[in-house]
Design a protein around this ligand. Structure first.
Ligand SMILES: Nc1ncnc2c1ncn2[C@@H]1O[C@H](COP(=O)(O)OP(=O)(O)O)[C@@H](O)[C@H]1O
Ligand SMILES: Nc1ncnc2c1ncn2[C@@H]1O[C@H](COP(=O)(O)OP(=O)(O)O)[C@@H](O)[C@H]1O
Ligand SMILES: Nc1ncnc2c1ncn2[C@@H]1O[C@H](COP(=O)(O)OP(=O)(O)O)[C@@H](O)[C@H]1O
Ligand SMILES: [Mg+2]
Ligand SMILES: [Mg+2]
Lengths: 295, 112, 112, 112
């Protein structure tokens, strides 16, 4: 189980590091990134949000809010998660996506826990929150799928977003369970079989916040690189929604390659409070999961 | 959707913005305007004679919001922007038929 | 209630305000804007070459009034602001659903 | 008639005006405004501390046009003003009941 706990920490740290690293190149094109950085591979903050080095954005903060709600209730608690999202929104975070903001406001104003279906909800704002969901449900894919959709529908109600969340959850479960990369690839092929637009074998370089572009970017670079650092550097240098593609790649690569593969320089640069909290949440969530063997 | 147009005293802008952000509203468009009304401008000395400046600088906030949030927003702005002194300003509500987010082409309340 | 939005030549502001106050109307909100239309901007010399400034400074008056005063106000503004030369401007009338006086919370035509 | 109110990034004004003139539209009223939203202002150094400017300069175009041209104009402005980056702005469409050309007294769509 110790391996599981270490990989859980790597998953959550991967999310935060990918977020902090990618935030610098968010909304830039590959050409602009090359002109400014040659290769962007250091956690230096800046970017369109004028971040301090190691500062994270909504990708990590919403995940932390979700994890805190689950941990303080001792289990899944959708209303608690929604309340934490409201508290977070009012704390003047450095960024909030417009779709997430709408869903949180509708909960705050009308108590709505599920946003109605919307064509425009195929963004990656729900998929980016999957780390705590996956860690809470290690060993129970059915619970993971149910919770994935229920937390997603707080802000995003669209089949492409739902499918993306479930696939990310499954890949984290499998990676923490020490599967090999062919197994992970098979899981992505199941997603592509259901929704052909996710196909990524002829990657076109689109890295926008459209969940299809986001996952194509993550999968393309995950399967064409050999370690955690190489994967994240490749992803964030593609620009676009780089903090979120970085965060999702970080979750999966963290789970797969483990703690030792995370570059020490990135761990040190990550905001210290964030680093302590995500590592603690990872362990506590894993200990709540079926794999912990606790009665 | 409705446009809520608020003409307020300039020093009240931050209070109003903060209160709106507690309601989860962070998007708005602001301009500087000159107000004429019952509030008198101050007098200025110019070449030895005193002149009444007849307008007062005001700030105008334009906020487009979904129809079901109008009452709450109007109440909040009125409460925050009020000092009880002449010249506190006005709130006008009018209809908006279409809205578009230029960056994405999204339309309707999702574009706000 | 209606909003009467008048885009006029800046030097006409005082004439229009005076005429409105003769109708008992003293409250309005004014802003400086740039007009584009058939009227050509003047040319300026810049580094030895002549450039056409393509906009013209205008003043915009926003007046919210009870519906039954609209015709009289539109007629008055048009008469006062008119010089007969291109670029005199426009008057646009639109609907206002709610109005609030911030100082007192009064609503409706009494708040104007 | 409809008023099409476009809040755009200032450097996009010329592109939008050029595209509109290709549609035969040359009359409009423009003002400088401050935008608040997701786009962050730059930071400034003041007495040794860094401050985030919380608004972004935007330009607002007000265009009153006949109702049957709205879709085409909205589509055109959205396409021209879009950069794909946060802060590109909004387009709001609302109703105009009456319009007058001050110079001639003409009313209705002929006055535009
Ligand atoms: N009829 C109106 N239409 C548009 N704006 C108005 C109108 N009346 C007043 N205002 C705006 O409201 C501001 C406050 O009005 P004023 O008469 O000084 O005080 P109060 O609203 O407290 O009675 C003015 O400076 C002006 O900007
Ligand atoms: N379609 C329009 N929508 C909004 N404002 C307009 C429009 N057309 C003209 N304007 C405003 O009216 C002013 C006068 O227009 P212009 O064409 O120069 O002269 P005229 O109204 O005398 O024919 C312009 O400077 C601009 O501020
Ligand atoms: N609800 C609103 N009402 C009026 N103007 C708004 C509103 N929301 C945003 N704006 C204007 O649109 C501009 C762009 O908004 P922003 O949130 O920064 O980016 P985007 O529209 O690309 O999501 C703002 O600077 C502001 O001028
Ligand atoms: Mg982010
Ligand atoms: Mg992002």
């Amino acid at each position: 189980f110790d391996t599981v706990l270490a990989r859980a920490r790597a998953t959550y740290l991967g999310l935060a590091i990918g977020d902090a690293l990618g935030a610098t190149t968010e909304f830039m094109t590959p050409g602009e990134i090359k002109a400014q950085f040659k290769v962007h591979r250091k956690i230096i903050g800046g970017g369109w949000l004028y971040l301090k080095p190691g500062q994270v954005t909504d990708d990590t903060e919403m995940s932390i809010a979700l994890g805190r709600a689950v941990l303080s209730s001792g289990g899944w608690d959708l209303q608690g998660i929604a309340d934490n999202f409201v508290t977070w929104m009012r704390s003047k975070p450095v960024d909030i996506g417009s779709t997430c903001r709408r869903g949180i406001r509708d909960y705050m104003l009308k108590g709505q826990l599920e946003t109605p279906y919307n064509d425009w909800d195929a963004g990656n704002g729900a998929a980016m929150r999957m780390a705590p969901v996956a860690l809470l449900t290690l060993g129970d894919e059915e619970a993971m799928s149910r919770f994935a959709i229920s937390q997603a529908h707080l802000t995003h109600n669209h089949p492409l977003s739902d499918a993306a969340c479930i696939t990310i959850g499954r890949m984290i479960h499998q990676a923490i369970g020490s599967c090999d990369r062919f197994q992970l690839h098979a899981t992505t092929r199941e997603l592509v079989a259901e929704y052909k637009s996710f196909r990524f074998n002829k990657y076109q370089g689109n890295a926008s916040s459209y969940v299809v572009d986001t996952l194509q970017t993550v999968f393309h670079y995950f399967f064409t690189t050999a370690d955690f650092e190489e994967c994240l550097v490749a992803v964030v240098n593609q620009g676009g929604d780089a903090d979120t593609t970085g965060a999702i790649a970080g979750m999966i690569a963290g789970a797969f390659y483990g703690l030792d593969a995370i570059p020490l320089r990135w761990l040190k640069k990550l905001n210290r409070d964030v680093r302590i909290e995500v590592e603690q949440q990872a362990v506590d969530l894993a200990k709540l999961s079926p794999w912990s063997g606790d009665p | 959707m409705k446009k809520v147009e608020c003409i307020i005293k300039p020093f009240k802008l931050d209070d109003v913005k903060t209160a709106l952000s507690d309601l989860g509203i962070a998007g708005m468009t602001v301009s500087e305007v000159r107000g004429f009304g019952r509030q008198k401008g101050h007098t200025e000395l110019y070449r030895g004679a005193e002149y009444q400046i007849d307008f007062i600088p005001k700030v105008k906030i334009d906020l487009v919001i979904p129809e079901d949030q109008v009452n709450e927003v109007v109440e909040l702005v009125q409460k925050e922007a009020c000092t009880g002194r002449i010249g506190d300003g006005k709130i006008f509500v009018s209809d908006v038929g279409q809205a578009v987010r230029i960056r994405t082409g999204e339309t309707g309340p999702e574009s706000l």
